[in-house]
Every structure is written in structure tokens, then in C-alpha cells.
Design a protein. Sequence first.
Length: 279
Amino acid sequence: SALFEAICRLPWYQITRTEQRLLERRARDIFSLVHPLSTLVELGPGSGLKLAALLSARPAGPMTVHLVDVSGAALDAAGRVLASDADLVVVPHEATYEAGLAEISRGPRARGRMLTLVLGSNIGNFDPPGADAFLRVVRGAMSKGDALLLGADLAKPEADLLLAYDDPLGVTSAFNMNLLVRANGELDADFDLGGFVHRAIWNADASRIEMHLVSLRQQRVRVPAADLDITFEAGEMIWTESSYKYSAGHVVAMVEQAGFRTVHQWSEDGFALTLAEAP
């Protein structure tokens, strides 16, 4: 979580700042289109700063805010940001998005509409079938009239994307290498951190950035807790993450395919916020 927050502050990674500007400028429009709103859900709140920017323009009155994240540290940080607002009841869910949504849907709910936020272009970490399945899970947790606000990064020149995902300061590299650190610490693996390097690749045909860890030599790695014994050749890669990039029209098609009706879309500097509702 700390490494990702550092990435969000890098000058080459524009997603967070662009999305926050859009939220600040369009917050009143968003709330007017989802009135009356009683419940807000954010899947992956991060630091909570974007949510706070959005909520600063909400109409007066009580609201329940559900925060869903696998990171307890992120939930704590977002909760602290929102703690000063006495009209908010903040409910953290340390869970996957799907499990958190299921937990929320089983609980009591005030009268009024629910708005679910999927920001930070988190949707881009799913492959197309996975994104469709995930959006259908979100839709399935909603009642008629509930809404989705989806933030999605749009395709840009290759050079700009590679700078964002392989920054000159090496923060993104550290974020990627942290997977091996976690495997060593939590799965008793014996990855040699000096034996791998970070590589970002723009796959234009699939419209995605791919994050890889490249083996620098032939080496054998054991991961006892996962019952794995792997031999890597020099140049062989572990594909750790994808980040899909979209056109504005593709985002609309994606949400409508999952059963939503598009209400409005705002875009700025290569980023789109799409508001859709459950018909």
C-alpha cells in the first residue's frame, strides 16, 4: 500500500491526480444525478483522499460509507481521512471486492440509493472476461436505481505509458519486486531478489501494459507453501500484472454489457469517469 501511494505521487503517473481533479470538478453533478443517496461503497479506497474530495460536495445529511479493501493499512488510512465528518458512518470491510459486496448486500440499508465507486482504473487490472464478470458481480449487489461510478484510464502514447509503469526513480520496480519479498516472507520462498529485474511492456494489440519480472540467469526457486519447485531460464519472465487502457466508448460498452445504463461520462487528460445505473 505504501509503495502504491508513492507511485501515485510520481510526476509520470497521472492517473491519481487527473481522477482527483475530475472528481472535485464534477462532484456536485455526480450527486445531483444519484439523488437521493444514502449509501456509498468504495472498492479499493487507497488513502481515502479521492473519496474525501467527492464527499466534500455531497448534500447535507447522514450517509453510510462502506470501504472494501484487502489491505488493512489502506482501510485505516481512509478511515482516518473520513473520521472528522460526524454525518458519516464508516464501515470497513477487510475483504476482496466480491466478498465485501456480498457482506454489504446481506446487511441492513437505509432508504435511498447506493453509489458504488470503482476508481483508480482498478478495472484495468482485470482481463476483459474478468472485467465483465466483476462488473456483473457489482451489478448483482445493487437494487434498481443504484449507481456505479467507474474511473478508467484511456490509451495514450507508448512512451508516456512506459514512463508511468517504469519510472526513472524505480518506485514501480520496487512495487513489482515486492511480490517476491512477500512470497519469501509469507510462502517461505527463496527468490534471490538480485536475480530478477522489473520490465514494463506495452502490448498495443491487447491495449494493456504488462508488468514482468525477468530472470537474469538460470536459477531454481522453491516455494514450499505453494508446493512449487521452478527452474527459470535466463530471460524467462514472471507476468505479474496487467493494466488495460480503454477508449471512452469502450468503457460505455463495457458497463452496458454488464447490465448497467450509462447516465453520463466525463473525460479529461486521458481519463474517463463514467456514471451508470442499475435499470
